[in-house]
Design a binder for this molecule. Structure first.
Ligand SMILES: Cc1cc2nc3c(=O)[nH]c(=O)nc-3n(C[C@H](O)[C@H](O)[C@H](O)COP(=O)(O)OP(=O)(O)OC[C@H]3O[C@@H](n4cnc5c(N)ncnc54)[C@H](O)[C@@H]3O)c2cc1C
Ligand SMILES: NC(=O)c1ccc[n+]([C@@H]2O[C@H](COP(=O)([O-])OP(=O)(O)OC[C@H]3O[C@@H](n4cnc5c(N)ncnc54)[C@H](O)[C@@H]3O)[C@@H](O)[C@H]2O)c1
Length: 453
């Protein structure tokens, strides 16, 4: 399997992430020689496809459809295997591109050593340009017992479990913590989320956070904020016992069949030997880049999670665009040109957001108008059978421009893209208010939401 490995390529890409694979295909189609080095044959296509967005969103969808966990687990694996192969083929079929399965480490600024697959074989490869796209991995805080106790998982290892944990404790109530909590609860697990932050969803406006809290706790998810996890140990039956301190100082013990650690991610620089190339990292270990995503070493770029930017697949893709335009003398060459980007937490209903929240806009000194609408007032929400949540937007009184929007309702992850276009094109909110939307759709809620301004 695979092409012969050459000693030199025009371009070497380390890591099969979204940005790297898209860049590999683009360069190869232009006739440039490209080596795409990926350390694991289970990771062709990168994290998103294999261990992140795609498997989680598949399971979430199946949980919503009330598919039993074991069946959903199989369907998830079918889809990730299919996409993994497809991703491999899409690069390998290009005559100018080669996928090399091995772990890369720098020897010098233009040379890497690749340890091929499981074998002891090593290849030295030089390249004119090198692009680092090695992503991130779970950050595990130093809590006593966390490394040694059985049935403690990260998002990656929990997704590999074919059996549903009956009782799941999750440390961390951010993107991963909440998505997993909601998904496992829908599959039938008893879930507790422990977060060290004093408030639940501290970035959100209070009214939004309260609504999300109401929906999740209504699904019997136990959410504890200001929790300090102190110790983790196994019981006699390999259950996990978690000891944490409440805000009041009271110590609480919880027993669970599994513990998920979802406390953020850290840069995947392990074994890369960045020092050999003289590549600088920041305090957290992410590779330092300038606005054009170049490292301090000429002809080495860093794209995706590894450069310390927002950790989303679509940001990795946009990093590709920034690099592509530099290499083709086109116009979009700096992160400073990037417009506002939306995000979505895939709980049910999804919590999607773009721009400024009410509190943030006020802190920045804007004169604002705020509109809110309960999701229950949208007829499509009734058809979809989920009337929970709310829609909220913030408009600049002086300019009539939309400053931000938070949607916690069915379809929010799609709807937010409409607001993103409106904001990024500088539209007056009245354009969104007066657009004729299809009926019955969730988007037509924008007629009523913006009519309140
Ligand atoms: C559970 C979970 C759910 C998520 N859900 C979403 C979502 O719904 N939407 C969204 O936009 N984002 C989501 N994210 C974030 C998203 O997955 C990441 O931001 C994105 O995958 C990062 O892509 P990347 O291009 O930086 O690199 P990655 O896709 O992480 O690829 C890096 C690759 O480099 C390889 N590699 C590492 N070191 C070496 C080396 N030395 N030599 C060779 N290869 C190496 C790795 O094996 C890996 O395949 C989620 C993340 C997680 C953990
Ligand atoms: N839908 C999506 O787009 C999606 C889904 C999953 C992940 N992601 C990406 O992956 C990143 C990582 O996700 P994440 O959930 O691991 O990180 P996160 O930063 O979103 O959340 C981490 C949470 O853990 C808490 N925490 C940290 N240390 C703790 C401790 N010792 N005890 C208790 N709580 C603690 C924090 O207060 C925070 O709420 C996200 O920031 C996001 O960029 C995106």
């Amino acid at each position: 399997m695979g092409k012969n490995i050459e000693p030199h390529y025009d371009n070497l890409i380390i890591g099969f992430g979204k940005g790297g694979k898209t860049l590999a295909a683009w360069l190869a189609k232009k006739g440039q020689q490209v080596a795409l080095v990926e350390m694991s044959n289970k990771m062709y296509g990168g994290s998103c496809i294999n261990v992140a967005c795609i498997p989680t969103k598949t399971l979430i969808k199946k949980a919503e459809e009330k598919v039993p966990y074991q069946k959903a687990y199989g369907l998830k694996n079918d889809l990730t295997s299919f996409l993994r192969e497809l991703n491999y083929e899409k690069i390998e079929e290009l005559p100018a591109a080669a996928v090399i399965t091995g772990k890369a480490s720098f020897v010098s600024p233009n040379e890497v050593l690749v340890k091929i697959g499981e074998s002891k074989e090593e290849k030295r490869i030089t390249a004119d340009r090198i692009f680092i796209n090695t992503g991130s991995k779970p950050f595990v805080p130093p809590i006593p017992g966390i490394d040694t106790v059985k049935n403690v998982y990260t998002s990656i290892s929990l997704l590999e479990q074919s059996r549903l944990p009956e009782k799941l404790v999750i440390i961390g109530g951010g993107f991963i913590g909440l998505e997993f909590a909601d998904m496992y609860a829908k599959f039938g697990a008893e879930v507790t989320v422990l977060d060290s932050a004093e408030e639940f969803l501290p970035k959100e406006d209070k009214d939004v956070a309260e609504e999300v809290f109401k929906v999740l706790t209504g699904r019997k998810i136990n959410i504890v904020t200001a929790a300090t996890v102190q110790k983790i140990e196994n019981t006699d039956h390999d259950k996990v016992r978690v000891e944490y301190k409440k805000e009041t100082g009271e110590t609480v013990f919880l027993e669970a069949s599994a513990l998920l650690v979802a406390t953020g991610r850290k840069p995947m620089t392990e074994g890369l030997n960045l020092e050999a190339a003289g590549i600088k990292t920041d305090k957290k270990g992410y590779i330092e880049v300038d606005a054009s995503l170049k490292t301090n070493v000429p002809n080495i770029w860093a794209m995706g999670d590894i450069n310390g930017g927002p950790q989303f697949t679509y940001i990795s893709l946009d990093d590709f665009r920034i690099i592509r335009d530099q290499l083709s003398e086109a116009k979009y060459t700096s992160v400073e040109q990037r417009k506002l980007v939306a995000s979505s937490v895939f709980i049910t209903p999804p919590l999607a957001h773009i721009g400024l929240r009410e509190r943030e806009a006020l802190e920045k000194g804007y004169e604002i108008k705020v509109a809110k609408l309960p999701a229950a007032s949208v007829v499509r929400a009734r058809i979809d059978g989920d009337t929970s949540g709310l829609l909220k937007t913030v408009v600049d009184t002086k300019t009539n421009k939309i400053l931000g929007c938070t949607l916690f309702c069915t379809g929010a992850n799609e709807m937010i893209n409409t607001i993103q276009v409106a904001i990024n094109c500088g539209l007056d909110y009245k354009e969104v208010r007066d657009t004729i939307y299809t009926h019955p759709s969730m988007a037509e809620a924008f007629n009523d939401l913006y009519a309140q301004i």
